[in-house]
Design a protein around this ligand. Structure first.
Ligand SMILES: C[S@@+](CC[C@H](N)C(=O)[O-])C[C@H]1O[C@@H](n2cnc3c(N)ncnc32)[C@H](O)[C@@H]1O
Length: 257
């Protein structure tokens, strides 16, 4: 079989479905086009508001300078700008955030939110694929990605790109759903996520399938230790993991040295 043919028939997962590698991004894009306008409301409903506390933990870890010192953050797969706005609120006058997301519908919602908050000068919304970032080497002081990496087809490429665009001494922070580590909570969480979340999706966003995918994609994502190894393999150092809410979410951090 020719090399190119092999590449085009390579398979991956889209939730529980097996799909061609080349198909996955298009399917993920359809999900986020469909949920964009209801995304923020659904986040609150699906997590019972917990995503706010998790994002606060992420922003505390970013720890933007409170002074006028320049601080450039790239929020990858930043969607509707939630993390970006929080970092700007926490930082000083030199804090600037670039939200990079592949999906124009999510970015449009983010831009509207930035205008409503008067943040157009400090948060920019740019379309780009995490696997091939449209930025030069060593451009950012910090790279964050919240609940985005599990949607990326080639996770290892996105990690390598995050490393490439970080300045030496820069920090990588990734928040993602993970593996529950508290006995008993895993059973409850499974019941909630597989039964209740798609139903909320059906009634609130009129889109059961997209929320079914989101839950399935959480189950497919590597656990804390495996993902930590992937970050190391991408060349980032001093990888640490912090579980949030018993491992429902985890915050991985690492440095470019
Ligand atoms: C669950 S949302 C998270 C949005 C935001 N970070 C938050 O926490 O509210 C996942 C985001 O990943 C984006 N995404 C998926 N694949 C991507 C890729 N290859 N490159 C950049 N963004 C991607 C989607 O468009 C979507 O906006």
């Amino acid at each position: 079989m020719a090399k190119t043919e092999k590449r085009t028939t390579k398979k991956t997962h889209f939730g529980e479905q097996t799909v061609l590698l080349a198909e996955k991004q298009g399917l993920v894009n359809d999900v986020f086009h469909s949920v964009a306008r209801r995304y923020d409301l659904m986040n609150d409903l699906m997590s019972g508001g917990l995503h706010r506390a998790w994002k606060d933990a992420l922003v505390t870890a970013v720890n933007p300078p409170k002074s006028e010192r320049d601080f450039a953050l790239l929020d990858l797969a930043g969607g509707t700008g939630d993390v970006a706005f929080r970092v700007v609120d926490a930082g000083g006058l030199g804090t600037r955030v670039t939200v990079c997301d592949i999906n124009t519908a999510m970015l449009d919602v983010g831009r509207d939110r930035a205008v409503a908050r008067g943040y157009e000068a400090v948060v920019s919304f740019e379309q780009g694929n995490a696997e091939q970032l449209p930025y030069p080497d060593r451009r950012f002081d910090c790279v964050t990605i919240a609940f985005g990496i599990r949607n990326v087809t080639r996770i290892e490429k996105a990690l390598e790109e995050a490393r490439r665009v970080l300045k030496p001494g820069g920090r990588f922070l990734c928040m993602e759903f993970s593996q529950v580590v508290v006995p008993g909570l895993d059973v409850l969480y499974d019941k909630f996520s597989f039964n209740i979340v798609p139903t909320i999706g059906e009634y609130v966003a009129r889109d059961r399938e997209s929320y079914q995918y989101l839950i399935e994609s959480i189950r497919r994502f590597p656990n804390q230790a495996k993902f930590a190894r992937m970050i190391e393999e991408a060349g980032l150092a001093q990888v640490k993991v912090r579980n949030l809410s018993g491992g429902i979410a985890a915050l991985h951090s690492a440095w470019k040295i």
